[in-house]
Design a protein. Sequence first.
Length: 95
Amino acid sequence: MMDKEATLFENPYRNILYCSVCGAFMQFHTTRKNGKINRVTYVCSSWMKLKQCSRHRFDFYHVDSQIRKALQQEIHLADTAAQRIERGDLPASYH
């Protein structure tokens, strides 16, 4: 898990995450408690700026783990496909 303080300066998904309701980008947002970062989330920028859309928010660490999991699955699929190509073990539809 990434250090919460480090995420204050880093937004690895800048300009990548968009609201599924209105299409606006999801804004990286941190809240502090007693001077320390308490919560790191993504919030719909339409809500943050204009109070439009809805106030849905997603925990940064949950989003990050789901994206990493999906990337690991894609890498595994690509590796498996490459191995099958090297062996010539392809379905008839690929010939």
